[in-house]
Design a protein around this ligand. Structure first.
Ligand code: NAD
Length: 473
């Protein structure tokens, strides 16, 4: 077992109090991280504030160089990092590898984003331009499903925009992020990036800290609402990436054999613990029987187990709380007599938070497993009749994160996409995010956006400077 330290003001430090981190595959302690409180937070914020004075004046090239250093540190140590990520998060090695390389790629790509001045007026009377200025010290709060990717997607745009940051990983998955902190300690100027760990109660301290100017948060909608409330005291800027109950819509012209495997992984990747996983799969009645059979058949070939073992496709649920919630949803489906195509029958006791691959056959629309975000390896397949009906059902949610349409007729797919109330819609794929396109939720799935120029702007204020040309002074 290793102790992992925090990064504050360019130093790896601890406070002598520790939190255990478990491997969800066997419930063994795999590392310890500092249990921080107000004192450590104050020190980290003060360091970020001091560093902001110089960092805000750096050029795009200087910032780019630092961010490339972060990307290189991750890439050069990818082997060690992805194994550690599997150990604390549970995801299979191949998916952990994707996250680590994806985070390095995202950092490199986002370092190229620029916020150029915009000329508003240029005539005899005035020259007016809008420039973007960094908001200041950012508080970043991250969940446990993609701990590295989420940390990088907060740290990098903050730095590129000229801000400094204090980041708090989830207490369930802080290890890989702290190992990265150690690797980048001498790459980032002291105080620009601070990473501190603690239990959930550290979150509200960040949200309400008077010397933090902006919160960027990824996590549940319930916590997002608390953050909005906490940040309102001094009107901090906020970006919230929250939950989703994303619908996939499969039209009757889709090739059953070809889409079955893709649909499976759109729901079961990372054991379903993905904000943009397909959490409701609507299949047209003409192909429902064939496609549900093909998906269930494919599911039989996928191994659920320890992510560090070769051949594992679906790892454990990341933590006990989420494990209990998923089991509760499965039990609810059983109690209501819904039909299972796979899963629902295994005794979940034993070591490790494993849930069998569970596919439900056309449960009612008001079933909890359809109406709520399951965030686990459970996929409800739902039968639909007409396009208008399925659009209404897909939109009947407080969430509005993402969705997908599967069809050979891509024009039709786009026509449907335009009627879905979500921030992202894919035609014939799922979960693809580009560093250059804004990603954000409609309705209760979020506030603002990450990624792309829109995401970068959220770390800045617009400032308009106007020169009066015909003035007499
Ligand atoms: P969570 O909201 O419980 O926790 C997220 C983070 O917030 C953790 O670091 C936690 O310590 C901290 N936190 C907890 N209470 C807090 C408070 N009162 N104030 C401030 N911070 C607090 O979420 P989770 O269970 O870690 O993650 C799962 C949820 O995240 C799911 O709903 C999922 O859909 C969502 N998610 C969304 C996206 C997205 O981009 N939209 C991505 C990943 C996950």
């Amino acid at each position: 077992m290793t102790d992992y330290k925090n990064l504050i003001d360019g130093e790896m430090v601890d406070n002598g109090e520790w939190l255990d981190v478990l491997n969800p595959a066997n419930e063994q302690v795999v590392g310890r991280v500092p249990a921080c409180g107000k004192d450590e937070l104050d020190r980290a914020v003060a360091a970020a504030r001091r560093a902001f004075k110089d960092w805000r004046k750096t050029s795009q090239e200087e910032r780019q160089k630092v961010v490339h250093g972060i990307a290189a540190a991750i890439k050069d140590n990818a082997d060690e990092l992805f194994r550690l990520l599997t150990t604390e998060q549970g995801k299979p090695h191949a998916q952990a590898q994707q996250e680590i390389y994806g985070a390095a790629g995202l950092a490199a790509a986002q370092s190229t984003l620029t916020l150029d001045d915009v000329v508003n007026q240029d005539d005899d009377q005035r020259f007016s331009r809008t420039r973007r200025v960094p908001v200041g010290v950012v508080g970043g709060i991250v969940p446990w499903n993609f701990p590295v990717m989420m940390a990088i997607q907060k740290i990098v745009p903050a730095l590129v925009a000229g801000c400094t940051i204090v980041l708090k990983p989830s207490p369930f998955t802080p290890l890989t992020t702290l190992r990265i902190a150690e690797l980048i300690k001498d790459v980032v100027p002291a105080g620009t990036v601070n990473i501190i760990t603690g239990e959930d109660h550290l979150g509200p301290m960040i949200t309400e800290h008077p010397d933090i100017d902006k919160i960027t948060f990824t996590g549940s909608t319930a916590t997002g609402k608390k953050i909005m409330e906490g940040a309102s005291g001094d009107l901090k800027r906020i970006t919230l990436e929250l939950g989703g109950n994303d619908a996939s819509i499969v039209l009757p012209d889709a090739d059953v054999e070809k889409v079955a495997e893709q649909l499976f992984w759109s729901s079961f990747s990372n054991a379903g613990q993905v904000c943009i996983a397909a959490k409701r799969v609507y299949i047209h009645k003409d192909i429902y029987d064939d496609l549900s059979k093909a998906i269930a058949e494919y599911a039989k070939s996928v191994v659920v187990g320890d992510g560090s073992q070769q051949g594992t496709g679906v790892g454990p649920i990341q933590n006990k709380k989420q494990y209990d919630r998923v089991l509760e949803l499965i039990q609810d489906a059983k109690d209501n007599g819904y039909k299972f195509l796979t899963g629902g029958d295994k005794d979940p006791s034993g070591t490790g938070y494993y849930v069998p691959i569970t596919i439900l056959d056309n449960p009612p629309e008001d079933a909890r497993i359809v109406a709520e975000e399951q965030f686990g390896p459970v996929m409800p397949l739902l039968k639909f009749d007409s396009i208008d009906e399925v659009i209404e059902r897909a939109n009947n949610s407080e969430y509005g994160l993402a969705g997908a349409v599967w069809t050979k007729d891509t024009d039709k797919g786009v026509e449907i996409a335009e009627q879905l109330e979500t921030g992202t819609v894919w035609i014939n794929e799922f979960m693809h995010l580009s560093p250059f396109s804004p990603f954000g939720g409609h309705k209760q799935s979020g506030f603002g956006a990450e990624y792309g120029v829109d995401g970068l702007k959220e770390f800045t204020y617009p400032q308009v400077i106007t020169v009066k040309r015909d003035a007499v002074v």
